[in-house]
Design a protein around this ligand. Structure first.
Ligand SMILES: Nc1ncnc2c1ncn2[C@@H]1O[C@H](COP(=O)(O)OP(=O)(O)OP(=O)(O)O)[C@@H](O)[C@H]1O
Ligand SMILES: [Mg+2]
Length: 326
């Protein structure tokens, strides 16, 4: 569980705990940095600045970067920090409005119609009033975009449009339309418009380029792998049981391993797993024996593993120890 106690950007209540920050009124980049950190996410200054600007300018934030650099996690942590709901739209090939905005619950509509027929209520009703009854909000299945736009009072929800590069062009154009005016019209029901726009985070792994039109609408930030120092701090934050020396050596070794030219360079989650595995085996420091025994926590392809070993894992381990003590 993430800690709820915050130092900044919130208000202390009677129990001495901090209430969630009002995301629309964060006052500086430092507040964002601290707010995310208090929720176990350690951004660099550039990312904290991008989040701050997105919140203040009320613009969607488009995050691109390698797998595992913490793009999705940012959205989750912003929601935790602000106390709003996280509404996630996971994109995939072929996703359309029915999965993203709304659809009708045909099974329930049919049941309702049958009940009306059985009880004789359908007999006297004209076609228009029957349609009105069947296509009413009662039978509407709300999907993430509608949920985000419809959210009422309280902290703004965070809409996470995850891996938008997996969807196709038509869906992207549709998304752009929704994000332009934060309103959705359902012909049978009416128009839903957001009183306050949700906080929007869009992520992409760049398997294809996101179109310029969508990019223009958003603030853009490229999320890089953290440097060794920050990654060591992330390990300590997420896996406090890991000894400081080990966290630092793991972070230095992971940075060196990413430079080897792998098919799938490890993300931060894998580095944390690696540190946890080493710690569980009783390691307080990285050495060749424990590093090779736990490499499966870091690398998930046999070819990558072979490559790292060939590249000289012993040297990587020794350099990590030297860099840590430098
Ligand atoms: N800056 C950070 N601070 C704290 N934890 C982080 C940070 N960056 C990454 N992590 C950790 O790494 C994990 C993976 O991050 P996340 O799933 O957000 O990556 P991603 O960029 O969305 O990857 P993918 O492209 O594969 O979806 C998170 O659950 C978190 O534990
Ligand atoms: Mg992700």
């Amino acid at each position: 569980m993430r800690p709820i106690l915050r130092d900044m950007g919130g208000h202390r209540n009677m129990l001495g705990w901090m209430a969630a920050a009002d995301l629309r009124f964060v006052s500086c980049v430092e507040d964002v940095w601290q707010g995310l950190r208090d929720n176990a996410y350690l951004p660099d200054e550039a990312l904290a600045t991008a989040v701050y600007l997105a919140l203040r300018l009320r613009r969607p934030l488009l995050l691109e970067g390698e797998p595992g650099v913490g793009k999705t996690e940012v959205a989750k942590v912003i929601a935790d920090w602000g106390g709003g709901r996280l509404i996630r739209l996971q994109c995939y090939e072929g996703i359309d409005a029915a999965q993203a905005v709304y659809e009708w619950d045909y099974a329930r509509q049919l049941m309702h119609l049958r009940t009306m027929e059985a009880t004789g209520r359908a007999q006297g009703a004209d076609e228009a009033s029957l349609a009105d009854e069947l296509y009413s909000e009662r039978f509407l299945v709300r999907r993430p975009l509608l949920e985000a736009i419809e959210a009422g009072d309280g902290p703004p929800p965070v809409l996470l449009v995850d891996e938008v590069d997996r969807s196709d062009d038509e869906f992207e154009a549709f998304l752009l339309e929704v994000l332009s005016d934060y309103s959705i019209t359902i012909p049978e029901v009416g128009t839903f418009a957001a009183v306050d726009p949700p906080v929007v985070v869009i992520t992409s792994n760049r398997t294809r380029d996101v179109h310029d039109a969508l990019k223009r609408r958003c603030l853009y930030h490229w999320v890089s792998h953290p440097g060794a120092q920050r990654e060591a701090e992330i390990i300590r934050l997420r896996a406090p049981e890991v000894a400081d020396t080990l966290a630092q050596e793991v972070a230095h070794a992971a940075a060196a391993i990413r430079d080897v030219g792998l098919y799938k360079p490890p993300g931060v989650a894998e580095t944390i797993d690696w540190a946890r595995a080493l710690s569980l085996l009783g390691g307080a420091k990285l050495d060749l024996a424990n590093a090779s025994a736990t490499l499966g926590a870091l690398l998930k392809y046999r070819e990558d593993r072979d490559r790292v070993i060939e590249h000289d894992l012993a040297a990587i381990v020794n350099e990590a120890a030297a860099a840590r003590s430098a």
